[in-house]
Write a protein that binds this ligand. Structure first.
Ligand code: 5RP
Length: 225
């Protein structure tokens, strides 16, 4: 299901495009497919959203560039942890939410690739919201986050504190059910020490959903309320 969604996304790619490359096990299939197309003569340039994706794209000989003010990203293709009926997302399961959000914000079009298990009625029920925070004062930031109504867990990897590509910590914040993503976005950004969070609001144009029957594409304008 991840493969069918990931590979389908390359149908949106045209010669000469600059492409934002997301992170994760679904977009991995997009990157591998792009590698095949590059081998067969497609000219594209990629902007990776993580060290992990940079390595994968390099393995597949996809030319990479940095995001600068002169760059217009034609399309970003990325995965997600949850997708609701407004095509709002929770992202950050792979720890790359900050760079992913910067790239998505500066893209003319954002396509998300997921398997059907990621489609949810409300964000936050099945997946905690990742929040990237500075290392300085992180205990205080954690307390401030808990005061707005969640339980938090500092992300670790092999018993060590997880560090993002930006050398920050990640707190996985369980809000149970996120009733008002817009209000939560504002509340989170009001806390000093919060660098960014994994709610993607009004950033996505299309979601390609892989299922056993194939893929379907959800578009922002056509999604029922
Ligand atoms: C990384 C992400 C990923 O896109 C998200 O976790 C989905 O990953 P996968 O495709 O492996 O399920 O947000 O920060």
């Amino acid at each position: 299901m991840k493969r069918s969604a990931g590979e389908k996304a390359v149908e949106w790619i045209e010669d000469g495009m600059i492409i934002g490359l997301g992170t994760g096990s679904t977009v991995k299939y997009t990157i591998e497919k792009l590698g095949e197309l590059v081998k067969n003569g497609l000219h594209i340039k990629g902007i990776p959203s993580s060290q992990q994706t940079k390595k994968l794209a390099q393995q597949h000989n996809i030319p990479l560039i940095d995001l600068t003010a002169e760059i217009d990203i034609d399309i970003t293709i990325d995965g997600a942890d949850e997708v609701d009926s407004n095509l709002y997302l929770i992202k950050g399961g792979g720890g790359a939410l900050l760079r992913e959000k910067i790239i998505a914000y500066h893209s003319k079009k954002v396509i998300i690739v997921v398997d059907e298990s990621k489609i949810v009625k409300a964000l936050g029920i099945g997946f905690p919201l990742p929040v990237e925070i500075t290392r300085f004062g992180w205990h205080a930031t954690k307390k401030a986050l808990e005061q707005i109504g969640c339980t938090t867990e500092l992300r670790t990897i092999m018993d060590e504190k997880y560090l993002t590509d930006n050398a920050n910590y990640l707190l996985d914040c369980d809000f149970d059910r996120i009733e008002d993503p817009e209000a939560l976005d504002i509340a989170l950004h009001a806390i000093p020490g919060v660098v960014e969070h994994g709610l993607f609001i009004n950033l996505v144009d299309e979601v390609i959903v892989g299922s056993r029957q194939g893929t379907i594409t959800l578009e922002r304008e056509t999604v029922p309320a």
